[in-house]
Design a binder for this molecule. Sequence first.
Ligand code: C5P
Length: 237
Amino acid sequence: MSEKPWVVTVDGPAGAGKSTLARLLAAKLGYLYLDTGAMYRAVAWAALRRGIGPEDETAVEELLQELKATLTLVPAKDGRCRVKVEGRDVTAQLRSPEVTRAAPLFAQMPQVRKTLTEWQRAWGEKGGVVADGRDMGTQVFPWAQRKFFVTASPHERARRRYRQLRRQGFAVTFDEVLKEVLERDRQDENRELAPLKPAPDAILVDTTGAKVQETVRRMWSYFPRHVPRGVAGGRRP
Ligand code: C5P
């Protein structure tokens, strides 16, 4: 009997390289890449659009109920995770500086964490998932078969974010991005619920000055040769 495909978690601070690494690992394993940051961003994006602030718990609860019916994650051919709300692809809008600033504020809310944790577990239920985020190894999938915690120096992380944002056409300065990255780390590390921290059994991976393929090889060395493979693609909870 073939073994059930695994759940692999990749946690770490903003700009550490999690999504690239998680995506490449997922491709090697034939697993689905689950971008949980995009889920928190989608909540923040939808709230901003309606003018709902994190202090309005009732409105946020209503919004979550609505998103349950209208938000879908669509695995794309390039291995990325696209996000649709009411059938409209909003992935690019989730990367805006406004959404980036708002996401940690909504991510601190117990009801938001509870709902998104349930969605994420539904995606991971059958295994065959590489999930990236902040609390994948500690809270959402504590039973994951492999856990990585990816870091890099704050300057390198800010440099990567800066290049990414400029490429996407956002007019930001390096100093603004560095400030944003440090502030987001502070919020994610110090919140009461599911703070950003490595799981005790996570493998620490520092990507400062490392080439992507080099890091993927290093992470790959922690998998046995006969790791159960999956079949990536349009699977939905
Ligand atoms: O990873 P990304 O930068 O897209 O995440 C956006 C924000 O969503 C993070 O700063 C964090 O506040 C929140 N987040 C979280 N838990 C996760 C993934 C993201 O709290 N598992």
